[in-house]
Design a binder for this molecule. Structure first.
Ligand code: SF4
Length: 445
């Protein structure tokens, strides 16, 4: 079957599986106290996520939790709230743990001024002990990056940066409200390398207005000119019922599924030709990158920040809307600033909702995450009679096999090269929550 027919047959809506169950199923059914007790009881070293919820302007495609702010001094107040959050955790018994991974996400972490970055780093050092082998990464918007900010990140120990590039064509940039000439990207990379931050990720996006084979080919050339070691190729998630600003993109027309798959396969061929390896959903890396090595030795993990090699750490997140994970819980902070600040002001850790996973959830999460990270399943790796328990899913997989998307064997199954495009659709066969008609997701293709 040709690729277009496959898209027509399998195109659906589904989660991106940065968690299982997905955040749509977090609720207050498990109390904040119980979720916090699980964090205190999980004594592992920490992977720390800090959310910076401010952006200088709004990109119309954005699906992140952020708000537009023109006064950088607003972040002073916010850093004060982060400090309060850490103090409350310390008072509750969360000791000065070792931290093996730190990630600043957003919003725009480089919304912070250099002195604010220094202050945030001092906070981290007050409450955590940095591991010698720390991976410290930050998401950056090249449009508002300065040499001084990069130097402050380098002083803090940042050793990996993800640059949001998305698309370098002017026509697409105008439509999405994000003007970012390639010179800006080149300057950002130069600041980073001159400050010793040479592990660079580039984030691109496909599915935006006016993208076609020719324009995307230039974007890919521009991205490689920045010499990244990792490249993410995000499928634009059009969810205007959740992100109202996205509605405005509809007047330009959005690429259809056929065009999107064409862009993805074009990029996949281009990147593999340039020596990159496919990691899993949307992600590529050079063969000597630790994510590729982790994928080969089976230690690759997936969490809210994407793919990671540090699966042995407990995921501890602070800041507005941030999501943390223990072995059997997820918990999320308040999503709106007044509730977040009020909770801290009243001396309560700002957990708003979460979920405690059942044994069944944990089994299905392992299957789905293994698919996302390893692109294969070996039945013997799961504590159940896999073939009997998932007979319905395996029956459906026979159809995927007939279409060349998976390859089944007596011991398990693997995603084929064409099947990568439909990875989410395969994972969805093992998701027990998808029958709920009140939850809406983005398109899988
Ligand atoms: S894409 Fe990045 S810079 Fe643009 S609004 Fe979203 S978080 Fe902010």
């Amino acid at each position: 079957m040709d690729i277009l027919s496959l898209v027509k047959k399998y195109e659906s809506r589904g989660p991106r599986y940065t968690s299982y169950p997905t955040a749509l199923y977090f609720s207050d059914a498990t109390s904040a106290q119980e979720l916090q007790a699980a964090a205190l009881a999980d004594a592992r070293d920490v992977s720390l996520y800090i959310h910076i919820p401010f952006c200088a302007s709004l990109c119309r495609f954005c699906g992140c939790s952020s708000s537009v702010c023109t006064d950088p001094r607003k972040a002073d107040e916010y850093i004060g709230l982060l400090k309060r959050e850490l103090e409350l955790w310390r008072d509750a018994g969360f000791g000065r743990r070792k931290v093996g991974q730190i990630h600043f996400g957003g919003g725009t972490p480089n919304f912070l001024l250099p002195e604010q970055i220094d202050r945030l780093n001092s906070l981290i050092e007050e409450f955590f002990q940095k591991d010698e082998d720390l991976e410290f990464s930050v998401e950056l918007d090249p449009r508002t990056l300065t040499r001084q900010k990069v130097e402050a990140f380098a002083r803090a120990g940042v050793n990996r940066a993800s640059l949001g590039v998305q698309d370098t064509s002017e026509k697409t940039q105008k439509a999405v409200g994000r003007i970012q000439p390639q010179e800006t990207n080149l300057a950002a990379v130069a600041y980073l390398r001159e400050s010793g931050i040479d592990r660079i990720n580039i984030d691109l996006m496909y599915g935006l207005p006016f993208q076609d084979r020719e324009s995307f080919s230039r974007t890919l050339d521009d991205a490689l000119a920045l010499s990244p070691s990792r490249l993410a190729l995000f499928n634009y998630a059009h969810v205007p019922w959740m992100k109202a600003a996205q509605k405005s993109l509809e007047k330009f027309g959005l690429p259809d599924a056929e065009t999107k798959v064409g862009l993805f396969t074009q990029a996949m061929e281009f990147l593999e030709g340039a020596g990159f390896e496919y990691l899993g959903l949307d992600h590529f890396a050079l063969p000597d990158d630790e994510l590729v090595r982790a994928r080969r030795d089976g230690s690759l993990h997936r969490n809210f920040q994407g793919y990671s090699t540090r699966g042995a750490l407990t995921s501890f997140a602070i800041g507005l809307t941030s999501i943390s994970q223990t072995q059997d819980t997820y918990r999320q902070n308040h999503k709106d600033m007044p509730s977040y600040a009020r909770s801290l002001g009243e001396g309560r850790i700002p957990t708003a909702r979460g979920i405690k996973l059942s044994k069944e959830d944990m089994l299905r999460r392992k299957i789905i995450m293994d698919l996302m990270c390893l692109l294969k399943i070996r039945y013997a790796d799961y504590p159940c009679d896999f073939k009997a328990k998932f007979s319905l899913a395996l029956e459906k997989l026979k159809g995927f096999q007939a279409d060349g998307l998976v390859s089944l064997s007596p011991d398990g199954f693997e995603i084929t090269k064409t099947g990568r495009i439909f990875l989410r659709d395969v994972a969805m066969l093992f998701d027990a929550y998808l029958s709920d008609p009140t939850k809406r997701y983005s398109k899988t293709v």
